[in-house]
Design a binder for this molecule. Structure first.
Ligand SMILES: Nc1ncnc2c1ncn2[C@@H]1O[C@H](COP(=O)(O)OP(=O)(O)OP(=O)(O)O)[C@@H](O)[C@H]1O
Length: 273
């Protein structure tokens, strides 16, 4: 069953008129992970942000984004806000951008949870402590009292994953969540994403340049180039039997770079199973 259906999504610059994403159509099956791959500037981030309706004011979008029977493109900002967080949850490449730099981490987490649950202060602290421990963050209470700049990129990503564990969103959109991390943190964060899927049963859209990570996580893969979807299919088909030359180029040129990562991840990815 499709949880999300995007039809003829188009994103364009309202000032200059240039089309940045054209006529994209794709589906996200319930419980599945769809990876979006493609060269830099191909429209992967704009596609994710269009689903969240978080593209900047200058950008306009049309088409249909059907989620749980409702077209998100038709909703006003208030209705959209009520869906962000609990139903649609976005994890960014740079964890620093997800948090207010002037407040300690705990403030953001408590405010977000208060929007969706009626837990008192102690209950919230306890839930956060458990969730943060489960993503292997040591000293959760200490972390709640730290500013974002006092934590590493990998820690911030794990804080975002801990929050997702508590919110149990239907769809997680992760935009290059491992790109800025060193290899060891990457390994740990990918493991946490796998567990997040297992524990919450969420569906996921995962944008990444790193095909080693994609092979580990994705069930389906969609390839974008210059704002268009040029190919999509199961991860196994895309990695071993792509129809499009560009997809073959992309997967073969990344293969060498990813060998070391696959080694660290313990070998086989989805396509090899
Ligand atoms: N706010 C904006 N106004 C105008 N153009 C934009 C805006 N944001 C992005 N673009 C342009 O839209 C195109 C697609 O950008 P997008 O960020 O979606 O690429 P991407 O595939 O995610 O790339 P990367 O892998 O480098 O993150 C790029 O050419 C980019 O310069």
């Amino acid at each position: 069953m499709n949880l999300l259906e995007v039809r003829n999504l188009r994103v364009w610059d309202g000032r200059g008129g240039s089309v940045l994403v054209s006529d994209s159509s794709f589906q996200l099956k319930k419980g599945s992970c769809l990876a979006i791959i493609g060269e830099s500037g191909s429209g992967k981030s704009l596609t994710c942000r269009a689903i969240m309706r978080l593209n900047g004011r200058g950008l306009l979008q049309s088409g249909e984004i059907r989620f749980k029977g409702v077209d998100l493109n038709e909703l006003d900002e208030r209705e959209m806000r009520s869906r962000r967080g609990k139903q649609l949850y976005m994890i960014l490449q740079n964890g620093m951008r997800a948090f207010d730099p002037s407040s300690v981490i705990g403030v953001h987490l408590r405010e977000t949870l208060a929007r969706h649950y009626r837990w008192n202060k102690n209950e919230t602290t306890e839930k956060l402590r458990q969730a943060m421990q489960s993503v292997r963050l040591q000293d959760p209470i200490g972390i709640l009292n730290k500013y974002p700049h006092q934590l590493s990129g990998g820690m911030l990503q794990r804080v975002m994953i801990a929050l997702a564990l508590l919110l149990e969103p239907d769809v997680i959109l992760a935009d290059e969540p491992t790109t800025a991390l060193d290899t060891v943190s990457k390994f740990e964060v990918v493991e946490q994403f796998i567990q997040l899927r297992e524990r919450t049963g969420c569906s996921m859209i995962f944008v990444s340049h790193e095909l080693g990570v994609v092979r580990k996580l994705a069930d389906e893969v969609m390839v974008m180039r210059a704002g268009s979807v040029i190919e999509s299919g199961t991860a196994a088909a895309i990695f071993s039997n792509a129809r499009h030359d560009y997809t073959r180029y992309l997967t073969s040129s990344q293969r060498k770079l990813n060998d070391r990562f696959q080694e660290l991840m313990g070998g086989a990815g989805i396509a090899d199973r």
